[in-house]
Design a protein around this ligand. Structure first.
Ligand SMILES: [Cu+2]
Length: 154
């Protein structure tokens, strides 16, 4: 009799355990899926924001400077402060030229390809504007090529 009781109790315990498992699994299935949908909706809701950010970079990274400002100085030592400058083609260049008072003939700068002829007196700045359309290397120099620099267009 007592063994039967134990068997019944064991069977009942197993059934209860199985039932409890089924209830828990069901509860998990019911609650986990809505939860998963909520978790999915969070990235989905974040996607529009990141999509907007993905749309923004092109305008931010895309627009090129309206003008490229470059600064060249003829020094009393007989050379320009920059032996080489780099600019992008298709974008206007604003070429700022200044010669030190003791720069001698360096106070006159020429860049034939772009019709640039600038004379800086007493350290005053002179500006020329032009737009290089072709990649290449162009020389700027004084009237007698003692001062020489290069502008690289890419
Ligand atoms: Cu010279």
């Amino acid at each position: 009799m007592s063994e039967e009781k134990i068997m019944v109790q064991k069977t009942t315990a197993l059934l209860l355990a199985a039932l409890a498992f089924a209830v828990l699994a069901g509860a998990y299935a019911v609650y986990a899926h809505p939860g998963a949908q909520v978790q999915q909706s969070v990235p989905a809701a974040a996607n529009p924001g990141s999509a907007a950010q993905a749309i923004r970079p092109p305008p931010d990274a895309g627009p090129q400077p309206a003008v490229q400002d470059v600064y060249i100085r003829a020094l009393g030592t007989g050379a320009y402060d920059k032996a080489e400058i780099a600019v992008k083609k298709g974008i206007p260049v604003r070429f700022h030229f200044t010669a030190d008072a003791d720069a001698g003939c360096g106070s006159y700068l020429v860049m034939e390809e772009f019709g640039v002829k600038l004379l800086s007196r007493n350290g005053e700045e002179q500006v020329a504007e032009f737009t290089p359309q072709q990649a290449g290397t162009y020389e700027y120099h004084c009237g007698m090529h003692m001062f020489v620099g290069r502008m690289v267009v890419s």
